[in-house]
Design a protein around this ligand. Structure first.
Ligand code: PGA
Length: 251
């Protein structure tokens, strides 16, 4: 099981800049990427083609989509289908990122539709879960993560390939704020995610990856990567520069 080191570029970078960053990343990591690590670049849709070209010869790199609509095709103006992401070279996609839950108003159930539809379309799916600060302070971490995972995984078949299902634990209060969850908080939440996966999928859950996300940076990456049940990171801000993201990948 390779550790999954993902760069979520959100709504940043025009295609030239995206291409340059991806090229620098591929250069920096060629020959330096540990055999047990995989690099996933998740650029905006308009830069998928340029980034695909920049990383196609770099060993251990994959491409991902930030979002899609859970239908094969149809009259969904402004949306994009899983097949379109696959066609653009993506092998992964995100679902349930807190920005989509909280800014775009996506429900737990809609996120679940994306996870099952994406998997059945042939994408590996990263389901993001995590509590807000109010929820954590009210002692509701367990309840919130259980609810998001129950709905998010409701349509996932028992025979899902374990390498195709990734959970990203991202406490909302740590995303883009500079606040990182401490080792105790990360270990506790990741153990909970592993337990929920095991309840649903049995032994196979050990081979499903759990990423941490929320203000990961070069200074804290190695400490986070060393924690139990941390099988990778999902990085926003610090992934925008090839220099800082390559330090995280090799931390
Ligand atoms: P951040 O974002 O690293 O900027 O906190 C993480 C994410 O949103 O996935």
């Amino acid at each position: 099981m390779k550790k999954l080191m993902a760069a979520n570029w959100k709504m940043y970078k025009l295609k030239e800049e995206a291409k340059d960053t991806a090229q620098l990343l591929a250069q920096a990591l060629t020959g330096a990427l540990a055999a047990d690590r995989e690099v996933l670049v998740i650029p905006p849709f308009t830069a998928l083609r340029a980034v695909r070209k920049a990383i196609e010869k770099a060993p251990g790199f994959s491409l991902g989509g930030q979002n899609f609509y859970p239908a094969a095709q149809g009259a969904y103006t402004g949306e994009i289908a899983p097949d379109m992401l696959l066609d653009a070279g993506c092998s992964y996609a995100l679902a349930g990122h807190s920005e989509r839950r909280h800014i775009l108003g996506e429900s737990d159930e809609f996120v679940g539709q994306k996870v099952s539809f994406g998997l059945s379309s042939g994408l590996a799916m990263i389901l993001c879960v995590g509590e807000t600060l109010d929820e954590r302070q009210a002692g509701r971490l367990d309840e919130v993560v259980r609810r998001q995972m129950a709905a998010g995984l409701a349509g996932v078949a028992d025979d899902v390939a374990p390498e195709c299902l990734v959970i990203a634990y991202e406490p909302v209060w740590a995303i883009g704020t500079g606040l990182t969850a401490g080792p105790k908080e990360i270990c506790g939440a990741h153990a909970l995610v592993r337990a929920i996966l095991t309840e649903k999928f049995g032994d196979k859950a050990r081979r499903m990856r759990i990423q941490y996300g929320g203000s990961v940076k070069p200074e804290n990456a190695s400490e986070i990567m060393a924690l139990d049940n941390v099988d990778g990171v999902l990085v926003g801000g610090a992934s925008l520069s090839a220099e800082s993201f390559s330090k995280i990948v090799t931390a």
